[in-house]
Write a protein that binds this ligand. Structure first.
Ligand SMILES: Nc1ncnc2c1ncn2[C@@H]1O[C@H](COP(=O)(O)OP(=O)(O)OP(=O)(O)O)[C@@H](O)[C@H]1O
Length: 249
């Protein structure tokens, strides 16, 4: 589905990504973890066509999508809802920009995720968790083959975050859309993903790939299993090895 082939990216003299390659298969949930400043958000900008790559290729179903906007669904860290638009108007925003808004489908989705009574409400009437659900649904209804989620739960308190992880899995397990998910939380990556890519410090490349062995649907109890703890420690060690002098620009 998505194939990142040997890409490199620099901002002037700062080399951010180098020889970065990986694939995401149809219906797969892939998490990316890496040190701060290693270029994870930059990677999403490149996949989203917002910024050009210096070298390599980005293919979506075999097609080169370099600098093509609107080919992926994107969910940022903050919900980024427009305060003057209602919830349903926020969900249809991306489609509207592409002149193919489907209000009925947006409403169906909002109903499906328990937000029926908020369809015509404004963002400030919703909790942070609810706003992130709307942001996710906006990415979902845009009906792109892959969703890129950039630390979507990082600004939340621990309880809401756990709730959102379970919520995301329940939706994903039903629809199995390909997801590329950036997170700083090792535990979140292990609980959600089929596969975890560990990036090196800048310039980032793939240091390790971990296949997550837990069966689906995932149950909360796996967080307390010996296998989960062992993988957590392994991932922690990989990330610690990359800490180095990564803040020195
Ligand atoms: N448009 C830009 N111009 C110049 N430098 C940039 C630009 N965008 C990102 N950078 C630099 O590239 C490096 C990687 O940034 P990026 O935001 O991709 O890292 P990240 O891994 O997402 O970080 P974090 O985990 O802290 O969110 C940083 O040093 C950043 O300052």
């Amino acid at each position: 589905m998505l194939s990142i082939q040997n890409i490199a990216k620099s901002f002037d003299a700062l080399k951010v990504l180098d020889q970065l390659s990986f694939d995401v298969k149809d219906g797969e949930f892939v998490a990316i973890v890496g040190p701060s400043g290693s270029g994870k958000s930059t990677l999403f900008q490149l996949i989203g066509g917002v910024s050009p790559i210096d070298q390599g290729a980005i293919l979506l179903n075999g097609e080169d999508i370099q600098q093509k906007k609107g080919t992926i669904g994107y969910m940022p860290q903050q919900p980024c809802l427009l305060p003057w638009r209602t919830i349903v108007e926020n969900v249809t925003l991306v489609e509207e920009l592409q002149h193919k808004s489907n209000v009925e489908r947006a409403k169906e989705w909002l109903e499906k995720v328990g937000l029926a009574s908020f369809i015509h409400a404004y963002p400030n009437e919703l909790s942070g968790g609810m706003q992130q659900r709307v942001s996710f649904i906006r990415a979902m209804v845009s009906d792109k083959p892959i969703l890129c989620l950039d630390e979507p739960f990082s600004a939340m308190d621990e309880f809401t975050r756990l709730e959102m992880q379970a919520w995301l899995l329940s939706i994903w397990e039903e629809y199995r859309k390909s997801i590329l998910f950036v997170t700083h939380s090792i535990e979140e990556a292990l609980f959600l993903a089929d596969r975890i890519l560990v990036l090196t410090k800048r310039p980032a490349t793939v240091k390790k790939e971990i296949i997550v062995p837990f069966e689906r649907p995932r149950k909360e109890e796996i967080r307390h299993s010996a296998a989960f703890t062992a993988l957590k420690q392994q991932l922690f060690m990989y990330l610690q090895e990359e800490k180095g002098d990564m803040y020195v620009d």
